[in-house]
Design a protein around this ligand. Structure first.
Ligand code: ADP
Ligand code: MG
Length: 260
């Protein structure tokens, strides 16, 4: 199962959410940093021995291998393990590097989507026309866009969903099921319902999968800026609640693919 996380615009917390989602994912999983603007995992992550990660080993080295063709389990040779045990595929360090490997991205997308034994959570950064990682987005079973409860955030979200929905309707290929998660204060019980209503009113084929708690301290820990357990934080607990709706949505798309 390939789960893509992205944003319509801005920096709503995609990398943090993707990392926590992979961290709480109930089956064997890999976190892939495919943000075309340049990844954060290799900058912020640490190995079990608290050393830095190798930025050359990851998307870049997998893309180099792709020239010779990729087997479905090729990903495994390019992973590094974060402190705590999560396997990650580090991202590129600059947008120019991502542009440079663009020809290899379709093969990479296929390897991510067809891993024989593992699920993959991929940080796609900003999802927009012209993004070099669109083949990865298109190969996903589900794409979850993250938004904050702000008027401009909703406006960009709606535009991006319209574009994706149109692509879904006209494409001859299978496209991911569309989901939205709201990053908001956990005491805010209204915004999620309002957002769901707004999207339903637009008639967009999108499922609101839930709310990610705004929790700066936990986000700082996930980003490597503070050393502290986050297991019981609002952030981790809220992201755990996303697992079932996100995997259900992905599975529904799998059923469409299989013609069930
Ligand atoms: N759940 C959260 N609560 C509070 N702050 C968050 C949360 N997730 C991310 N942030 C903060 O928002 C900023 C952007 O986060 P990041 O995950 O890098 O977003 P993106 O990948 O969308 O650019 C960072 O300063 C991060 O600490
Ligand atoms: Mg990011």
């Amino acid at each position: 199962m390939l789960v893509a996380i992205g944003s319509a615009k801005g920096s709503p917390g995609v990398s943090t959410t993707a990392r926590v989602l992979a961290g709480v994912w109930p089956s064997d999983v890999v976190l892939v940093d495919a943000d075309p603007a340049g990844g954060d995992v290799s900058l912020l992550g640490r190995t079990a021995s608290r050393g830095p990660l190798d930025p050359e080993r990851g998307v870049l080295s997998l893309a180099a291998d792709a020239r010779r063709g990729l087997a479905n389990d090729s990903l495994d040779d390019h992973l590094q393990q974060l402190e705590g045990g999560l396997d990650v595929l580090c991202g590129v360090t600059s947008p120019e590097q991502m542009t440079g490997i663009a020809p290899a991205v379709p093969a990479l997308a296929s390897a991510l989507a067809h891993h024989p034994t593992r699920d993959v959570v991929v940080d796609c950064g900003r999802v927009q026309a012209g993004s070099p990682v669109m083949p990865v987005v298109a190969a996903a079973d589900v794409l979850v866009l993250l938004a904050r409860p702000r008027l401009e955030s909703y406006a960009h979200l709606r535009e991006r969903l319209r574009w994706l929905a149109q692509m879904r309707a006209t494409s001859t290929r299978r496209m991911p099921a569309l989901g939205v998660a709201l990053l908001a204060d956990s005491r805010d019980r209204r915004s999620l319902a309002e957002l769901a209503q707004l999207l339903a009113h637009e008639g967009l084929p999108v499922t609101v999968v839930g709310q990610v708690a705004e929790d700066q301290r936990a986000a700082d820990v996930v980003g490597g800026r503070l050393d502290r357990g986050v297991e019981r934080s609002l952030l981790v607990r809220s992201v755990r609640q996303l697992v079932a709706p996100v995997s259900d949505l992905a599975a529904s798309q799998g059923a469409v693919r299989a013609g069930i």
